[in-house]
Design a protein around this ligand. Structure first.
Ligand SMILES: [Zn+2]
Length: 308
């Protein structure tokens, strides 16, 4: 290991952040998790900087290249954050402020893009020519990677499926369409995110529960939780079918907290076929190989390894 071999990545979530230091062979040398100071921008910048310094102390090397995966994206012309579910980041120059605090250049990219980088390079989508990375967490986002390159497109938002409308909604889903932070209603994010599933459970008369609790109750045979999980899977299948129809990925790799729902991988491909244009879609649906550290690893890859 040499100092020039190492890169540092942070996955900034809406409530938790994960940091990792990786080398040019993708080995992890340090990993940390910490709460995010929800609602406080200055404290969030300070917490990221603190995590960077703690990770660097773990390996005994300072001044590493830092990449940060963010909820939301950086506006290409104004260089301000936008579209973040962590709304205290919006309209803030996060890369500039982090760079000033850490006294070095800091690269940022959207979480889904970082997931795609990590998993296509040496993960669950390794070597696949056409990859869609879906993040299912507090928010829902996506990124499209073709031949190892992330596709931004004319407006920079290719793959941003979370604020499309839930496709093929039932009459009940149209009536219940939840309001979305983007100003519309019935967006995919309002149904498939963690808060989306929890709210759906409450709407049908259940208690306020976390996603792991809903899934555990469903697996234990509790009827209402079973319906909530079944409907979430069916909606996931419909939403991903539109991704398949539009982008024809070989692999859809899922990250974020809800990627731990194992039923996603066994059940959704059984359902999505009826909504896909292709008779027998060959797209595979897989969980991120690196679990909840995958996005942080992808953030580190925002910098080239100087030893490569
Ligand atoms: Zn929306």
């Amino acid at each position: 290991m040499t100092a020039s071999d190492l890169r540092l990545g942070i996955d900034l979530g809406c409530s938790r952040m994960i940091g990792a230091i990786v080398d040019s062979h993708h080995r992890v040398h340090a990993e940390r998790r910490h709460d995010v100071p929800i609602g406080d921008y200055a404290a969030t910048v300070a917490a990221i900087a603190e995590m960077v310094r703690t990770l660097e102390a773990d390996v005994g090397i300072e001044g590493l290249p830092v990449g940060v995966a963010t909820p939301g994206r950086l506006n290409a012309t104004r260089h301000l954050m936008c579209g973040s579910h962590a709304d205290w980041l919006n309209n803030r120059p996060l890369p500039r402020d982090l760079g000033a605090t850490l006294e070095r250049g800091v690269r940022t990219a959207h979480k889904a893009g970082c997931l795609a980088r990590a998993e296509q390079l040496e993960g669950a989508a390794e070597g696949a020519r056409r990859v869609f990375a879906a993040v299912l967490g507090t928010g829902v986002s996506g990124a499209l990677m073709i031949d190892g390159h992330l596709v931004g497109g004319a407006n920079g938002f290719a793959g941003a499926w979370g604020h499309n409308s839930l496709p093929w909604p039932s009459a009940a889903e149209v009536r219940a369409a939840p309001s979305c932070g983007c100003g519309l209603a019935g967006c995919i994010e309002t149904w498939l995110s963690g808060p989306g599933m929890s709210n759906d459970h409450v709407r049908r008369g259940g208690h306020t529960l976390t996603v792991p609790d809903i899934v555990a109750r469903a697996e234990a045979g509790e009827r209402l939780a079973g319906i909530t999980l079944r409907d979430w899977l069916a909606r996931s299948a419909r939403a991903l079918a539109t991704v398949i129809n539009l982008t024809q990925p070989e692999v859809i790799v899922v990250g974020g907290g809800l990627s731990r729902i194992r039923w996603l991988y066994s059940e959704v491909p059984k359902i999505w076929g009826r909504h896909c244009v292709a008779d027998d879609p060959q797209t595979t649906l897989v969980a991120a190989a690196h679990g909840d550290a995958s996005i942080a690893r992808g953030a580190a890859l925002l910098w080239p390894a100087r030893a490569e």
